[in-house]
Unconditional design. Structure first.
Ligand code: G6P
Length: 615
């Protein structure tokens, strides 16, 4: 979603801001803009609809170059107001304050009415513009940009990460956050702000992660931070372990492709020091994990998108292996329901980014509940808001995921949830040593098995070609494979824009079979499990409707070949934990190659954002 970068430095800041915006492109956006305080102490701004490349062109065509040592910049993902120059950030009030904003100001209409009555002229349709006017108004009664911003934010309801500059206070940037992430990058070249580390990795590895409600006054040589209560605080500088090669494409054409092929290593990293040869280390979930896992009676999983699908798979494992009642729900629904929360519930949030607004709000809401509940976050980003809000944490360690379509984050979430199922199963005395050893050895084999499955790319490229003129596709699975089918369908629609649905194969007769014709390919997942014969009958039903079928099978499943059916023996003799993880791989490759054929923007599909930090 929207991205922020800004800073105060010794030299011209424009190239740093543009480079930062380019590194934030992966988040998803539809316009971009930059403002610098030029040598005449004037706010000099450029904004463009579309890619950062358009903004660069716009800047290079200016008669007066955009030069200055302090500035703020933004990539906007439209919420209030269409993508247009006038709605793009930074916003400016009366040539004297400029801001960039991530998040949503929910009471903007009320503030707008008040500000219009005070004589403020609105030049955009955004909620954001009330921020710049509020700070301008507050500046009338103080001679500090910090105090004015502190005063203004008290009137906002909603979520924000904000960067502020003003010609009246040259060399200062004010940065504040509540509900939206914001970090400060410190370096010898200057001090910077950004919505995530990616924007600043070419400048520094040293970051301060602002906490909820923090506000910082940043200059070339100083960073002074005040907590929500107004008191000055010290926040630790942390050195990022992200390496350039982790965020560069290397030999790959797209980040999605790179991330698909990184899965064997990502899973090795997830397992590292979390298992022995035969057992799962319960302490990997936190020092109180054992005590908590022994006490819990229910599990509630809440997540969004791909992470939600990981939760759906985990329900099968947790109930099967740990024998614990588990519910899974999308966060955007859960947070607004009045759910019955039973005492001794473990509330599990799953998230790649750790910043998804709905998941975070659901977690915050549950923590207010009076029943005895515990919280666990499974996440890929150590400094994220979800991690900070949770009692128990488990990092997926998949490394930075840049492509909007999630791949390695998903499979490492599954591995983490498999470990969780075994850990809880052991603490509850529900899993035998033998069974645990079997699961652990299956997990240890996973990186090798995935590497083998990835070698089938050639065959999948051929299959992808048959989707060239297709508009619909149906994915089928049974048991935990239904969740994998859902993930396969989501990937296909996200990046190839083909309408795809997933159904539990047993539901075929209750509706979706009406859609099946020769133009609707059906993709089925056939593991060799107790539901195999039922799935085979479902395939017969499809055959009689003349549809093209693609079956990813466990070799030992021996699906009978039929007319218009392509069988892809994906691997063999998988267990109930390894199977869903392995069957994910060909589905990822299929959607990637279909998207290539369709010519879409694979890594940055239209209208989507990597991290959905607003509702
Ligand atoms: C967005 C992304 C998805 C992701 C979902 C949840 O929709 O495009 O790839 O699965 O958010 O994100 P999270 O960071 O919470 O896993």
């Amino acid at each position: 979603m929207c991205g922020i970068v800004g800073g105060v430095c010794k030299n011209n800041i424009t190239p740093i801001l543009i480079d930062g915006l380019e590194h934030l492109e992966y988040r998803g956006y539809d316009s971009a803009g930059v403002v610098v305080l030029d040598k005449n102490n004037i706010l000099s701004r450029a904004r463009s609809v579309g890619k950062v490349a358009n903004l660069k062109k716009n800047i290079s065509h200016r008669k007066i170059p955009l030069l200055g040592s302090s500035g703020i910049a933004h990539t906007r993902w439209a919420t209030h107001g269409e993508p247009s120059n006038r709605n793009a950030h930074p916003h400016i009030c009366n040539h004297s304050v400029s801001i960039v904003h991530n998040g949503i100001i929910e009471n903007f209409l009320q503030l707008k009415t008040q500000q219009q009555a005070q004589g403020y002229n609105f030049t955009s349709d955004t909620d954001t513009e009330v921020i710049v006017h509020a700070i301008h108004q507050a500046l009338k009664n103080t001679n500090s940009l910090l105090t004015a911003t502190q005063k203004a934010i008290k009137t906002f309801i909603g979520a924000y990460g904000i960067g502020v500059i003003s010609p009246q206070y040259p060399g200062h940037i004010i940065a504040t956050r509540s509900g939206s992430p914001l970090i400060i990058g410190v370096s010898k070249k200057g001090n910077f702000i950004a919505s995530d580390q990616m924007a600043l990795l070419n400048i520094t590895r040293d970051f301060i992660f602002l906490e909820e409600g923090d506000i910082a006054d940043i200059t070339l040589n100083s960073v002074i931070i005040y907590a929500k209560n107004g008191k000055q605080v010290r926040r630790q500088i942390k050195t990022s372990t992200l390496k350039n090669q982790q965020i560069s494409l290397g030999k790959y054409k797209h980040y999605m492709q790179k991330e698909i092929f990184e899965q064997p290593q990502a899973i090795r990293d997830t397992l590292e020091s979390r298992i022995t040869k035969k057992t799962v280390l319960v302490s990997a979930f936190g020092h109180r994990a054992k005590e908590i896992f022994k006490t819990i009676k229910h599990i509630q999983i809440v997540a969004c998108g791909t992470s939600y699908h990981a939760g759906l798979v985990a329900k099968y494992w947790l109930e099967d292996i740990a024998k614990i009642a588990t519910s899974v729900e999308v966060a955007s629904e859960y947070r607004y329901r009045k759910p019955v929360i039973l005492p001794h519930t473990l509330f599990v949030t799953i998230s790649q980014s750790g910043e998804t607004a709905d998941t975070l709000e659901a977690l915050k809401a549950i923590k207010k509940h009076r029943s005895k509940i515990y919280t666990l976050t499974i996440c890929n980003c150590v400094e994220s808001s979800l991690i900070r809000e949770s009692e128990l944490i488990f990092l997926t360690r998949s490394g930075p995921e840049i492509s909007v379509a999630s791949t390695k984050a998903f499979t490492t979430q599954l591995v983490s949830l498999a470990l969780l199922s075994v850990a809880i199963g052991r603490c509850r005395g529900q899993i035998s040593r033998l069974e645990e050893t079997k699961i652990v050895s299956g997990l240890n084999r996973l990186p090798g098995l995935i590497a083998k499955t990835l070698k089938q790319e050639g065959q999948i490229i051929k299959l992808a070609k048959t989707f060239k003129d297709k508009f619909n596709a149906l994915f089928l699975g049974r048991g935990s494979m239904h969740a994998i089918a859902m993930e396969g369908a989501l990937k296909l629609k996200e990046i190839s824009y083909i309408h795809a649905e997933a159904y539990p194969a047993g539901e075929l007769k209750h509706g979706p079979i009406a859609l099946i014709d020769k133009d609707t390919p059906v993709i089925a997942i056939a593991p060799n499990d107790e539901l195999l014969d039922k799935l085979k009958s479902n395939l017969q039903e499809i055959k009689s409707r003349g549809s093209q079928m693609i079956v990813f099978e466990d070799e030992s499943a021996q699906v009978t070949p039929m007319k218009s059916m392509t069988i892809v023996p994906t691997t063999t003799d998988l267990g109930r934990i390894t199977a869903p993880i392995i069957f994910t791989i060909p589905l990822q490759l299929l959607s990637y190659h279909v998207a290539l054929i369709k010519g879409t923007n694979v890594d940055r599909p239209r209208n989507l954002a990597k991290s959905v930090t607003v509702e």
